[in-house]
Design a protein around this ligand. Structure first.
Ligand SMILES: CC(C)(COP(=O)(O)OP(=O)(O)OC[C@H]1O[C@@H](n2cnc3c(N)ncnc32)[C@H](O)[C@@H]1OP(=O)(O)O)[C@@H](O)C(=O)NCCC(=O)NCCS
Length: 318
């Protein structure tokens, strides 16, 4: 049942694409996640001939919830009631074995079958995000910064990481999100891990500096499964410098750098309450898709007697 790599990771990738054409994970992404989290699992449901559902259980990065895990849950549309239910039972079983108390996941609003299944399983919506995409068909013209502002990438100036850490500490508490829940401020080790394992490409970490001080930056997250797609991990401007076009400036510079790094599609998720970030993305030509719901569920005690539902011809493969 639990597999950390090899051919099964490729089968999970295939199911993820059938369930959600926007999925960008590749087998190497799963293997990297497994190295970072001893409780990591890839679960796959098959009827013996066809793979029908898959899940990844990975560490939670954004919140300080060591008893929780992040879940990706993919079901081939129309197979939620049988394969999806078997998969959910397997998730609960894994959580029980590893003392996992809660799960977080996110699901696009157009994946209605999966949303229904997860809601019935006890997930509740804690945040709703706008999903936008910028598709680039030609290299975007790099912006000319205004007088007194200099653009740099982390590739050209690695010590700027020190200043990113300062910007993160100042700006992350300002991100609108789940009420009463603070997103973690990542430390140097987290940044170095993500720069070292290819999730962040230093060429697409772009900063705006004034007088040698970083006042705005943006960073993209890459995936092994679809190197031509990248997600905006974060964009921030120091409080005293907002409203001067700096976020738009670093993002435009990042788009050109991303093109040079092989990216053709830049995606972003923003809390519906984040008016400033949504305005920046709209101005830059990002196109809105279905919203993304952030979900949470407590799973303690739900797995005391794992009820593996009998489904004719459906089995879990490992
Ligand atoms: C979001 C953020 C990066 C914007 O930085 P910025 O440098 O001020 O952005 P810009 O000056 O380029 O553009 C701001 C845009 O938001 C608009 N805006 C600001 N506040 C707004 C509000 N309350 N309602 C509507 N629009 C608003 C501005 O009018 C401007 O749009 P325009 O250029 O079309 O006029 C900054 O506010 C920030 O760091 N927030 C905290 C971190 C965060 O939430 N990051 C995004 C999550 S990934």
């Amino acid at each position: 049942m639990v597999d950390l790599g090899g051919p099964d990771a490729d089968r999970v990738v295939a199911v993820s694409r059938l369930a959600d054409p926007r999925a960008a994970w590749g087998a190497e992404d799963f293997r990297r996640d497994a190295r970072a989290e001893p409780r990591h699992a890839l679960l796959l449901v098959s009827d013996g001939a066809v793979d029908l559902a898959a899940a990844e259980l990975a560490r939670i990065e954004a919140w300080d919830e060591p008893d929780g895990m992040w879940m990706c849950f993919w079901v081939v549309p129309g197979r939620e009631a049988d394969a999806g239910a078997v998969l959910w039972d397997a998730v609960l079983e894994h959580c029980g074995r590893h003392g996992v108390a809660g799960l977080r996941t996110s699901v696009a609003s157009d994946r209605t079958g999966t949303l229904t299944l997860l809601t019935e399983a006890g997930f509740r919506e804690v945040e709703r995000m706008q999903r936008v995409v910028l598709t680039m068909s030609a290299r975007p013209e790099p912006p000319v910064p205004p007088d007194g502002v200099v653009l740099r990438s982390l590739a050209s100036d690695p010590p700027l990481l020190d200043q990113i850490l300062v910007l993160d500490a100042e700006t992350i508490p300002d991100i609108p999100g789940e009420p009463g829940v603070q997103v973690q401020i990542p430390g140097r080790a987290w940044w170095e891990e993500h720069l070292g394992n290819g999730v962040f490409d230093p060429r697409t970490v772009v900063l705006a500096l004034t007088g040698g001080r970083a006042v705005s930056y943006t960073v993209l997250r890459r995936y092994a499964g679809r190197p031509e797609a990248a997600d905006v991990e974060y964009t921030a401007t120091a409080r005293g410098w907002r409203g001067r076009g700096l976020a738009a400036l670093v993002k435009r510079a990042c788009h050109a750098a991303a093109w040079d790094a092989g990216v053709r599609e830049v995606r972003a998720w923003n809390d519906l309450a984040n008016a400033a970030m949504r305005a920046v993305n709209a101005r830059l030509g990002y196109v809105r898709g279905p919203d993304v719901l952030q979900l949470r569920a407590e799973v303690v005690g739900k797995n005391a007697a794992p009820p593996v539902r009998p489904v004719a011809g459906t089995d879990r493969a490992s």
